[in-house]
Write a protein that binds this ligand. Structure first.
Ligand SMILES: [Fe+2]
Ligand SMILES: [Fe+2]
Length: 378
């Protein structure tokens, strides 16, 4: 009889109970003689994984092999070739290799619902279809887009994806119920998936500022989803935007001078509204920690004064900061609703509210903000 081999592929960034349930159900349904778990170094259709390869390898071992009942553990191996190659490996390459290593074996390949739905964009799909049988399990309410030739692994699968999990972890939400205990503990002890930044923010900001930071990050991520901006970047920009508030306001001018921050009208700000320096300090603190792409850092820098020609990400953060769920000024609820219907209108409303508040207090207004308003009003 031909040897039956089950392959479970994925980025496992991080591995979760959805992966484990799929794997277990596939093992029960297909009864293979050998099962291989193959973590990708970087899936060709995805961006770089968030956790380092070494960590994902260990998380995969804990979450998808050690967590199995003993009778399955005996037949399961961790296949490390893709991840150790340190390059994007196409699935057809892996399958060719495995077929060479196990000539004559009957291959079955299982992937999560999201990967299955992207199968049409994989390389050499005809070869892949001929080389093995394909299996997936639909997440509740999202079997959409999975090609018809995929067999369906029976069973109720947890409704979670790694993308959603990374967002939960980065926003300090409880993700434990979706993770195998040993995986959750390792993520915690290694401070993966944004936990290092969260600890840093928690220890350097006041509790109110930390709560505001989380509210802005979550709201920015939601607005990014609505308006088609990068959700990970929007969330990170939200997390970093008020980092500068960890410096007491009276010390902000000295910080800006000592670090030679390039702030338009720095002397005027320092004398009249030193608090306005915090956006530039946030950018500087983030840069020093190697956090954020240039797009994220720009959004952080522009979140208070604004600028001409703001990008989508800039505007998402600006609006998210001014209308986050913790904001309680009179116009805030209306701006929150508007932000979901018309981002530009919400942006103007935020700017108008900021200027009105400044005028009502008789405060100095930065020329950048004034010229931005004039451009919009014109
Ligand atoms: Fe701010
Ligand atoms: Fe803020």
């Amino acid at each position: 009889m031909r040897e039956k081999i089950l392959v479970l592929g994925g980025s496992f960034d991080p591995p979760h109970k959805g992966h484990l349930a799929l794997f277990l159900a596939a093992l029960k349904r297909l009864k293979p003689g050998l099962a291989l778990v193959v973590p990708a170094y970087q899936a060709p259709l995805k961006g770089a994984p968030e956790a380092p390869a070494k960590e994902r390898l260990e998380l995969t071992r804990l979450g998808l092999i050690d967590a199995l009942p003993a009778r399955f553990k005996r037949i399961v191996r961790l296949d490390v070739r893709e991840i150790l190659s340190r390059r994007k490996v196409y699935t057809y390459e892996t399958l060719r290799r495995l077929r060479q290593q196990h000539p004559g074996a009957e291959f079955h390949f299982a992937v999560g619902a999201d990967s299955a739905a992207s199968f049409g964009r994989w390389k050499n799909t005809r070869e892949l279809k001929a080389a093995c049988r394909w299996w997936s399990a639909a997440r509740p309410g999202s079997s959409e887009g999975i090609p018809k030739f995929f067999g369906k692994i029976p069973g109720k699968m947890p409704d979670i994806s790694s993308t959603e999990l990374r967002a939960m972890l980065a926003l300090d939400q409880d993700a434990k119920r979706w993770l195998v205990g040993s995986v959750a503990r390792r993520i915690q002890s290694r401070k993966l998936y944004g936990l290092a930044l969260l600890a840093d923010l928690k220890s350097s900001l006041s509790p109110e500022r930390f709560a505001h930071t989380l509210a802005v990050a979550g709201w920015a991520q939601e607005l990014a989803k609505i308006w088609g901006a990068d959700q990970d970047e929007a969330r990170l920009a939200g997390l970093l935007h008020d980092f500068g508030r960890s410096i007491p306001v009276p010390k902000m001018p000295a910080y800006a001078a000592a670090h030679r921050l390039s702030v338009p009208c720095r002397e005027d700000i320092a004398r009249r509204q030193p608090m306005l320096l915090h956006a530039y300090i946030s950018e500087d603190l983030s840069k020093r920690r190697g956090l954020g792409s240039s797009a994220v850092l720009q959004a952080v820098r522009r979140h208070t004064l604004g600028a001409q020609g703001m990008t989508l990400l800039d505007r998402v953060l600006y609006v998210a900061d001014a209308s986050s769920p913790d904001r309680s000024y009179r116009e805030a609820p209306a701006i929150r609703r508007l932000a979901q219907e018309d981002l530009d209108a919400a942006f103007s409303a935020c700017l108008q509210a900021k200027i009105s508040h400044a005028l009502s207090r008789g405060s100095w207004i930065h020329p950048l903000t004034v010229s931005l308003w004039n451009a919009i009003a014109a």
